[in-house]
Design a protein around this ligand. Sequence first.
Ligand code: ASP
Ligand code: MG
Length: 418
Amino acid sequence: MKVYKFGGASVRNADGVRNLRRIIDDERQLFIIVSAMGKTTNALERVFGAVQRRDAAAAEAEIASIRAAHEAIVEELWHAPHRIERVEALFADLEAFAGSDGYRPAEAEAWYDRIVAYGELISTTIISEYLRYAGVDNTWIDMRRALRTEQRHKDAEVDLEASAPLLKEAVAAARSSICVGQGFIGGAPDGTTTTLGREGSDYSAAVVANILDAESMAVWKDVDGVLNADPKIFPDAVQIAELNYLDTIELAYSGAQIIHPRTIKPLQNKNIPLYVRPFGDKRKPGTVIRGMSAKVDVPILILKKEQVLLTIRSRDFSFVLEEKFAQIFSLLERFRLKVNLVHNSAVNLSLCVDASWHVGEAVDALRKGGFDVMRTEAMELLTIRGYTDELWERYACSPQVFIRQSTQSTVRIVRKRA
Ligand code: ASP
Ligand code: MG
């Protein structure tokens, strides 16, 4: 059994879906994980935003445009307007749910999950139907029932032990040797829909690979493989042929958009290789990530955008040390802030965190807890692994730099957005 994951960009239009069919052509035992088509998740986030503002008309308009985009893809795939009843039923559910006036701010995250999950439910339904139409027998798997997550919305972790029997049972019951399941979504113990964090489909695929003891997992992407930097930002980017799990985790955590940071652990635990391959050309080798690869010999540059720098000091000038750390971090955990860099002195603790809904709430809570907090927006975190003198000169010494932390091989720079 192999696991293939197709991201939103690779199934953003009818050509992409046809290409998916070509890629899986010679495979017999396959579990396919698919994301929402194109930018559908962003559009569904706007639906959720409208529900939150209680703007029913805006929610309805947004759903109508999502529906039109999917109908256009279906029409192109079937070469004529074509009704897929299960897709229509999903849109009807979404409309009814978004249009009901049961929204409660206290349940915001559960509502978010319920709404954005439709992207994957719809994409997989269309793709499963299309594959059948194109002669590929397959079974649609409802991942809300097959992956059991923790009871936490918007960024849930999968409970591997609880999921294993559910997923295995679903695969055993499938009539075909090809299964199609949604990335990004699962079900909580209370039966509600959960999501695994934006870009979480890679993680879904890795969990499936782990549970089914897959021989390999492949992520089909709109790039040739993993590069040492984002070519849009660093023009000299080159492709890396092989990476080990450890480097990959560090890269993903530092913000390299190779794969979701949680993807590696389930694969590493069962020693399953991960291939990152170009969707556009099946003959190209891409990048392989596995346990035993050598260290990479080019510098790697990763830029994490949308950062906020918090500088925290206790109001009475007492030291910000262990006990205060514990207080501050448990508060950050409560507001689910993602801390990417920690820098401390006797009285200051500086934290570089992902910009999110909750930064403001966390800052208020810290202030109530007796801390002065300075908040600097519009920051970025640049990590350079294997830096050279030239890269150090260029990036670590610029006047935009607020914090610079280095070891012999890696430098991390918090800087003002250019
Ligand atoms: N559709 C989700 C997103 O756009 C999950 C994924 O693509 O992996 O974040
Ligand atoms: Mg995506």
